[in-house]
Write a protein that binds this ligand. Structure first.
Ligand code: FAD
Length: 551
């Protein structure tokens, strides 16, 4: 790993700490927003092993950091999902006699000092955490390392998020890949050759010894409750209820969703209707969703994908467990690199998550609002103030509200509003529509998705937006602009998805549904398109050319 990159610097900082520190009274595992589980958790497992070896208690710490959430455009749904999972983790840990201490610390700059001061209160000399690859978080952890050193504490940060951590799958020149296909080929070969290493299951934490309940300082930690909400991230009651029904919290639920995807028949439920756990009807189809994933995954009007993203983004399920369980379905224990087997294809999709996490770690500018392709920093976007009067605002409001007059785009946007989630194809279509047909800056859409998706993940969201806007690593070429009407017929051939989310059009069938004429739309009270696709397309081509697309 290049030591000049933020992640390289953090790993150096961890390495440069003294190997030994004075014995402490307890060990701390610092749980973060992307590792909300107890099983197969690298840092937790290491912290617990040390606590057991030294016969001292283990404390789990979670810091709620509203300023960080605002800075990363985290939305109330994602925060609520975090709290719901934490509440379950708290009771599971209590059964192991391990306290989960949740504290709120608003000022992000002083967060490292606050964590270190808790360490001193508890007389802890070792803290463990899984690495978060966002550049601000890496910088924060470097500061923790520096402060830890001066306070006689050792900070241990390890990889846990990816199947193959950033920095391993590199080009011949030892550089990070910016093109996906060769990355994926190498990723598969490294994984196949080193399954013991990358598919390791980290042991569950050991129960704490009873002594912790007698310690006057530490015993109080058991009284700490997980808050029900974070000020500034409140939700409407009915939205909170919908999210809890559609996306129930907990490791067991996540494993059940995985198991349903791997083992049970396809469902009749429509995409976005509800979580498979919450909704039960099975179709007459014999094959499980994963077995048909290679051919069916882009049929976005049906329940064809796993819908595990909220659980993977929050780390409620281990990505390693996803691969281990999936490989058990086939005789060969190797990942198949061809694109038409369900199992191989699904694991290849998981590789996208590793890829975009690596992009974030090695090209941190992408998370600072900059395009990966710098030449496209000069693209001229339409006005897009999020508040106040003006044409751009009206257009943006119509996109957000699912009132653009393009049925597939509107259905996708309303699905996000209602479910906090939508299928990948619909994300691509609506992102492409915003950035090309409407020529509104991809950063506006990126923010809106982060604020509203329950699976909001900076790396994947930024990757998806920069792909759609043609500004990212291995992007969709700027001149390949999706026609939303032909896309609509391809990905929603039955029209069920549009009819479900755009009820004004529920009586329409065939081409009328995908592209209603002006008179049909008027009759049904459905808006007319903001701009014709051809006009929008020509404007986008011109703007990208002007920004130096040809160079
Ligand atoms: P499945 O098809 O079952 O795939 C399994 C898992 O593989 C997913 O849960 C996800 O973890 C990973 N995966 C699959 N496709 C991708 C991909 N293209 N990029 C990265 N990981 C992938 N995904 C997020 O998790 N969070 C986001 O905030 C997010 N924002 C996106 C924004 C845009 C504009 C686009 C185009 C894509 C975005 N994605 C995001 C990626 C993808 O749309 C979702 O991961 C996927 O739709 C989740 O559904 P699933 O779990 O049923 O996926």
């Amino acid at each position: 790993v290049d030591a000049d990159q933020p992640m390289g610097k953090l790993l150096e900082a961890v390495k440069n700490q003294s190997k030994t520190v004075k014995n402490g009274n307890a060990v701390v595992y610092w749980m973060r927003m992307a590792d909300l589980r107890i099983s197969d958790n690298h840092a937790l497992s290491l912290a617990s092993a040390q606590a057991k070896k030294e016969e001292i208690p283990l404390i789990v710490l979670f810091v709620i950091s509203p300023q960080d959430y605002k800075a990363h455009d985290r939305g109330p749904r994602r925060i609520d999902f975090t709290l719901r999972n934490l509440a379950m983790i708290r009771s599971s840990l209590a059964e192991l006699n391990i306290p989960l201490y949740t504290r709120t610390h608003n000022v992000r700059k002083t967060l490292p000092a606050a964590v270190l001061s808790s360490m001193q209160d508890w007389k802890c000399t070792n803290i463990y955490g899984n690495i978060e690859y966002e550049v601000d978080e890496i910088r924060r952890d470097m500061e923790v390392c520096a402060l830890a050193k001066s306070k006689g504490v050792r900070a241990n940060f390890v990889h846990n998020k990816c199947i193959i951590e950033p920095g391993i799958v590199t080009t011949k020149e030892n550089k990070a890949y910016s093109v996906y296909s060769p990355y994926q080929r190498k990723w598969i070969s490294i994984l196949n050759d080193n399954q013991d290493q990358y598919l390791t299951e980290y042991p569950d934490p050991h129960p704490n010894v009873d002594g912790i309940r007698e310690d006057t300082v530490l015993s109080k930690l058991f009284e700490c409750e997980v808050p029900k909400f974070v000020p500034g991230f409140e939700m409407e009651d009915n939205d909170k209820q919908t999210m809890a029904t559609v996306w129930p919290a907990g490791e067991e639920v996540a494993l059940q969703i995985l198991s349903l995807f791997l083992h049970t028949k396809s469902r009749t439920s429509q995409m976005g209707a509800a979580n498979p756990v919450a909704e039960g009807a099975e179709s007459s189809d014999k094959a499980s969703r994963i077995m048909k994933y290679g051919q069916d995954r882009d049929n976005a009007d049906r329940d064809t994908t796993s819908r595990l993203s909220p659980y993977l983004s929050a780390g409620v399920i281990s990505i390693r467990e996803c691969v281990r369980a999936t490989l058990k379905l086939q005789k060969s224990k190797k990942v198949d690199g061809s694109r038409d087997t369900g199992v191989g294809r699904w694991i290849q999709e998981l590789a996208w998550r590793d890829f975009y996490t690596g992009v974030l770690a090695f090209f941190p500018r992408v998370s600072m609002g900059r395009p990966y392709l710098e030449k496209f920093a000069a693209v001229e976007w339409e006005a897009h103030q999020e508040a106040g009067a003006g044409g751009g605002d009206v257009v943006l409001r119509r996109w957000k509200a699912g009132m653009t007059g393009v049925p597939v785009v509107d259905a996708a946007m309303r699905c996000i509003q209602q479910m906090g989630w939508v299928h990948n194809r619909f994300r691509m279509i609506t992102a492409m529509y915003l950035t090309k047909d409407l020529m509104i800056d991809w950063r506006v859409g990126e923010r809106y998705f982060m604020e509203n998706l329950i699976d909001g993940d900076l790396a994947s969201n930024n990757g998806g937006w920069q792909w759609s806007a043609s500004t990212g690593v291995d992007p969709c070429p700027y001149f390949r602009i999706f026609n939303p009407y032909s896309q609509s017929i391809k990905v929603d051939p039955t029209g069920d998805f549009i009819r479900k989310f755009v009820p004004e059009l529920s009586k329409l069938r065939g081409p009328d549904l995908h592209n209603p004429s002006a008179s049909v739309a008027s009759k049904l009270g459905y808006p007319h398109p903001i701009i014709s696709h051809e006009e929008g397309r020509q404007r986008a081509l011109e703007r990208f050319k002007n920004a130096g697309a040809a160079t």
